[in-house]
Design a protein around this ligand. Sequence first.
Ligand code: NAD
Ligand code: UDX
Length: 469
Amino acid sequence: MIINSITCIGAGYVGGPTMAVIARNCPDIKVTVVDVNEQRIADWNDSNLDNLPVYEPGLKEVVAEARGRNLFFSTDIDAAISEAQMIFISVNTPTKTYGTGKGMAADLKFVELVARKIAEVAASDKIVVEKSTLPVRTAQAIRSILDNTGSGVKFQILSNPEFLAEGTAVNDLQHADRVLIGGDHHTAPGKEAMDALAAIYGRWIPRERILLTNVWSSELSKLTANAFLAQRVSSINAISSLCEQTGADVDEVAAAIGADNRIGPRFLKASVGFGGSCFQKDILNLVYICRSLNLHEVAEYWEQVVKMNDYQKQRFARNIISRLYNTVSGKKIAFLGWAFKKDTNDTRETPAMYVAAALLDDRAEIHIYDPKVSQERIYGDLRNLIAQNQLTIDPAQLPDLVKVCKKPYDACRNAHAIAVLTEWDEFKGYDWQQIYNDMFKPAFIFDGRNILDIEVLKDIGFQTYQIGK
Ligand code: NAD
Ligand code: UDX
C-alpha cells in the first residue's frame, strides 16, 4: 500500500512538529494538520515564522521548507478526513478533572470525539493511527466506535506513540532512537497497515529502529517509558535532599553512578522537580490502571515517583522562605524562567508555578522573566491554580503581586532573592555583578537547576543555595 495523503487531527506540541518532520522527509506525501482551535491554525499559517504556536529549535526552518508545498494547516476537519488514507490522532489526553478517575485517569473525551468524527465522515477505508498517549486497550474503544458505523468502510487501527521531548523535538523526530508501531500483525490487512506506516518512517529512520509489536504492548510501552524516565529524576532528587544533609554533592554522585554503563548518565540531573505535560499525567494514568486491575502494590510503587516530585517542589519553596528569615511577605522574589524546561514555550505542570504558589501564599511579590513565555500564559497558569484551589489569592490581585518583565535585569532589580526555575542557557552569561549591585542585601540566589557558577556568585557576595549541595 502506498500512502500519499495523511491527515493529523490535533495541531499541538506533538501534531505540529511530528507532521512537519514527516512532510520534510516525504515531499511526495500531502500532509494536512487540522484542529478545532482556529487561532492555533492561524498561528501555524502565520507568515512570520516567529509566531508559530510552538517554539522548538529548528522547527521554523522545517515549516518554512514544507509549508505550502506538501504541509498544510487547516480547520476544515471533514475535508481532511475525507481525502486522507492515513489519519493520525494527536489530540490532548489530560488528566481527568471530573467524575470517575478524577485527578488520575486520562481524559479520553477528545480522542472519542475524533473517533466519532472519523466514523461520521469517512467514505473510504482508512488507517487510523493513535499518536496521542493513551491507556492500554484504548485502541479497542476506538475500534468499537469505528466498526459500528454501518457504512461498510474498513478501518485499521495502529498505535504509534510519540517519544519526542520538548526543546529537542525536531532532532528527536529526525533521529529517533526508535519508532514503535503496534498493530494487528496476525491479519493480512493489519500487517499491511503496519508496513505502510513503517515505510513512511523508513524514508529516514533505519529499519532496525522501527519496532513492530502488538497494539497493547505499544500503548503500555509509552506509559512505561515515561514512568522510567520520571523515576530517574525523582530518584536523583530524593538523593539530593540527603546530599544537603550530609555534605555529599548530588552532581558528583550523579556523575559517579552514571559512569556505570548499566545506569548511564542521562536523566540524572537533580532539579526543582520535573514538569511538562507528560510525566505526571502518564504516571497517574498508569497508577489508575493498576488500581483498576487491583494491582495496589504496583500502583503505590509508581505513585511515589509523583509524590517525591511534589516534595521536591515544595522543599525548594520552603527553603526560600526559611532562608529569607522565615517569611517572604512583602519581599520581591525574581524568577528566572517559567517554562518547564529550556528551549520550549510550554509551561504545562511547570515547577515554577507551584513554587510561585507557595511563595504567593506567604505573600511574596514575584517578578518573572522567561525568554519565550508570554505574560498572558503566566497569568493563565496562575489563574488555573486559583481555580483549582491550589493558590489562595484573589485573581484581581494578580497584576499587583506578579509582574512579568521583558528583561532579566528589570526582574532582578531591587529583589531580595532570585530563584532560577528553568535552565535557559542565557542565564549563565548574565552580568551577575551588576545584578548583585541592584539587589537588596543580603542578596540571595536559589539555583533550582544547578546551572550557575556558584563560586563566582559567592565571590560577588551572593548568599547561594543549590539543589543537593
Ligand atoms: P496539545 O494540547 O498541545 O495539542 C492538542 C491539540 O488537539 C490542541 O490544539 C487541541 O485544540 C486539539 N484538539 C482537541 N480536540 C480536538 C478535536 N476534537 N478535533 C480537532 N482538534 C482537537 O497536546 P500535545 O502536547 O500535542 O499532546 C498530544 C498528545 O501527545 C497527548 O496525548 C500527549 O500525552 C502526547 N504526547 C505529548 C508529548 C509532548 O511532549 N507534549 C510527547 C509525547 C506524547
Ligand atoms: C518527556 C519524555 O522525555 C519524552 O520521551 C516524552 O515523549 C514526553 O515526555 P518532555 O516532558 O518534553 O519529554 O521533556 P523531558 O526532557 O523528559 O523533561 C521532563 C522534565 O524533567 C522537565 O521538567 C525537565 O527539566 C526534568 N528533568 C529531566 C530533570 O529535572 N532532570 C533530568 O535529568 C531530566
